[in-house]
Every structure is written in structure tokens, then in C-alpha cells.
Write a protein that binds this ligand. Structure first.
Ligand code: THG
Length: 364
């Protein structure tokens, strides 16, 4: 493997745990599968607990007197009342309101932030803005590698290992644990809706020790190695940068309105463009599509969604849901067809024509 594809502090452990394949996100390995099938992993995640190497959620650290200004420039979400200890899901947009990323923002101090990024080079965008505008700020990628513990038994497991005070951490808040004589950040967050925590390990040389400590404590909790689960993510309507959104999309189209402050002035580069789009009204928006037929193949190229032979959207992620017992997909859908229960046809790339209907997100 090329050295351009970065290993993580946990990769040795992930390999020892029987990883079967990787994806690459932010130029770094992300485990894709272990011994169990995606479906077995899905049921296990809903009932037990898993350990995920999500180091590829790299931190873009923005620190200095102009740090707050730079972060607000990049996001249309008003961060003026954000408190230290908070995590905020923040769309990052360009001057046309095109999406550059959808990270989690961590407020570490008044003048210090982390953007926990999805798959695009936010560090370069932030550095370019800072240099071009002569901001007094440093933009770096610190040696921080998130390890997620997800599932309903995560709290019991991590409480035993790191102290019951972690139970008091609210959703999308962070606190601290002690590990190997160091202080480490722990947040109640993660890329699933089954509950859990993310430990933002500072110091990659502690990676194997942290993994092994959780691994041992996990034995009593039926823990398995895992990774973001495609069935769970699609059911939950969790979006993936590069799949459901690119720079071609604005946050309103993909249902991130909630994280855009349009009712007040915000010193954000794309705010005017976004307001204009909002006033004019969007002509397509993300929806769920439920569709028939055998379990669908992987959606590696977008699948057209049609009504009466006319293309009204495209599915960007899809899988068979063993709980809903139907195929489920995420799709932008044109305005005239985006109402719930609209009948559609899906052209999956196995040559099958599948009938289905539009539904709200998340899937029930
Ligand atoms: N955790 C951390 N960093 C990340 C991700 C993560 N970076 C990349 C990627 N995931 C960013 N995308 C998301 C998408 C959704 C959520 C988090 C990161 C998420 N959303 C919740 C929801 O939709 O219900 C809550 C958002 C809120 O209410 O503020 O959790 O997973 N560290």
C-alpha cells in the first residue's frame, strides 16, 4: 500500500482483529468489514457494543486570536453562543453555498476549535482563507485519532473502564478521561444512532494501549470490532460527504436547514448565497426511497429514479434493510415528486427495474 494512504495508530490492532478490507477517507485507512456480514454487524450494533477505528475523522485545529472569526466564515451555522465543551454539527460552504464538508465542531476554548472532518481537504481551505485574509491564526492537523465505541452497552463498558463520570456527558458534549497518565477528550457522539462515545486520542503512540484496554474490558460486554454500518446509517438518514453531497449541493437540498442560521446575520462567506437560494426556493431535496425486488447490490454509481420515464432524482446510497424488509436508498428528488408515497422506478445497476415510493427521513 502506498505511503500516501496513511495507517492509523490502531491499524495493527484492527488487522489483528481480522479486518477484511478498508476504505480510504482523508487519505487514511477506514476499516470496512470484519468477519461478520454487514447484516450481522447491524443487529449486533443495535443490541451490544462495537469498537470502531475512525481515525480518518481528522481534526483541523484552528487556534489563535482570529480562530472564532475563521470558523464562523466557513459555516452558515451561528456559533456565537457555542460554549466550551460543546460539539456542533456544522456545514462548511464556499461562496456559492456549495458544500465543502459537514464536520463536527468541538469548542475547546474561546480561541481554539477542532473541525472533525468528513472526506475533503478542509485544512487547505482554512489555510487559504487565513493566509489570504492575513488572519492571526494557526491551522494544523494535530496528532489526534478518534476511536468510537458505539452501541447501547457503550456507556456501561466505558463507565467501568474510565469512571462513571462519563455517564454525565450529554449528547454532543465532551468531557475528559485519564488514560496512561494523560488527559483525553471523550464526547458522546458518533456516526450511528445507537448511542456511544468517541475518544479523541491525543498521541498516536498510545493507540495500541487504548485499543487493547477497551478490547479487554469489552469481553464482558460481547464487544466486537466494527465500522460505520451502511444499513444503520441509511436507516438513520446519516449523510456521507462525497456520496449524498458534494460541492454541487447546498445544505438546504440535503436537509441541513436545521444547521444553517438564516434568520439572523452571520459573518459567513456563503451566507448571502444561501439566503438567496432559500428565498428563491430549492428545486430538489433529499428523501428516502423504499423499493422492491431482491436485496439490491452496492450503489457504487448513482441509480436513476424516474416517474413516467422522466428522471426525477438519483439514489446515491442504498442497501437492503433486514428490519424493514425492503431496499432503502437516499436520493435527491425533484420538487414536483418529493411528497411522501410518490411512486417511482429505480434503475439499480444490476439491470433490474424496481418499483418503489418516496418517504421521509429518517426511515421509520
Ligand atoms: N464523528 C466525528 N467526526 C465526524 C463524524 C462523526 N466527521 C465526519 C462525519 N462523521 C461528519 N458527519 C456527521 C454526520 C452526522 C452526525 C455527525 C457527523 C450526527 N448527527 C446527529 C443527527 O443527525 O441526528 C446529530 C447532530 C446534532 O444534533 O447536532 O451525529 O460521526 N467526531
Amino acid at each position: 500500500m502506498s505511503r500516501r494512504i496513511r495507517r492509523t495508530p490502531y491499524t495493527d490492532c484492527v488487522e489483528a482483529a481480522g479486518v477484511r478490507g478498508f476504505s480510504v477517507v482523508n487519505h487514511m485507512l477506514l476499516p470496512k468489514a470484519y468477519q461478520a456480514s454487514i447484516e450481522e454487524d447491524y443487529w449486533h450494533l443495535r443490541e451490544h457494543v462495537q469498537i470502531w477505528d475512525v481515525s480518518c475523522q481528522r481534526q483541523v485545529q484552528i487556534e489563535g486570536p482570529d480562530a472564532y472569526k475563521l470558523v464562523q466564515w466557513m459555516t452558515p451555522r451561528d456559533i456565537s453562543s457555542a460554549k466550551v465543551g460543546q460539539c456542533l454539527y456544522v456545514p462548511i460552504i464556499d461562496e456559492d453555498a456549495g458544500l465543502i464538508n459537514d464536520p463536527v465542531l468541538l469548542v475547546l476554548a474561546e480561541n481554539k476549535f477542532w473541525l472533525s472532518i468528513a472526506d475533503s481537504d478542509v485544512l487547505l481551505y482554512a489555510k487559504g482563507l487565513a493566509l489570504g485574509a492575513g488572519l492571526e491564526v494557526s491551522v494544523t492537523e494535530p496528532d489526534v485519532s478518534p476511536l468510537a465505541v458505539q452501541g447501547p452497552r457503550a456507556e456501561a463498558l466505558l463507565g467501568e473502564l474510565f469512571g462513571q463520570h462519563i455517564r454525565d456527558i450529554g449528547f454532543f458534549k465532551f468531557g475528559w478521561i485519564e488514560f496512561a497518565g494523560t488527559r483525553q477528550l471523550i464526547a458522546r457522539s458518533g456516526y450511528s444512532k445507537q448511542g456511544g462515545f468517541e475518544i479523541y486520542l491525543n498521541g498516536g503512540h498510545h493507540g495500541a494501549d487504548l485499543w487493547n484496554a477497551i478490547w479487554q474490558a469489552g469481553e464482558a460486554h460481547n464487544m466486537t470490532p466494527g465500522c460505520p454500518n451502511l444499513i444503520e446509517r441509511i436507516e438513520a438518514g446519516l449523510l456521507s460527504y462525497g456520496n449524498e453531497m458534494t460541492r454541487e449541493n447546498n445544505p438546504l437540498e440535503i436537509g441541513l436547514d436545521e444547521y444553517c442560521s438564516l434568520d439572523k446575520p452571520v459573518e459567513c462567506i456563503g451566507h448571502d448565497a444561501l439566503l438567496k437560494i432559500s428565498r428563491a426556493g430549492i428545486d430538489r431535496q433529499i428523501r428516502g426511497v423504499l423499493f422492491d425486488g431482491d436485496p439490491c447490490p452496492a450503489c457504487s454509481i448513482p441509480w436513476p429514479v424516474t416517474v413516467d420515464g422522466e428522471k426525477v432524482g438519483q439514489i446515491t446510497s442504498a442497501i437492503f434493510s433486514p428490519r424493514l424488509k425492503r431496499n432503502i436508498g437516499l436520493s435527491l428528488i425533484d420538487r414536483a415528486y418529493w411528497e411522501t408515497d410518490q411512486s417511482v422506478t429505480v434503475y439499480s445497476n444490476d439491470g433490474q427495474l424496481r418499483t418503489g415510493e418516496v418517504t421521509a427521513l429518517p426511515f421509520a
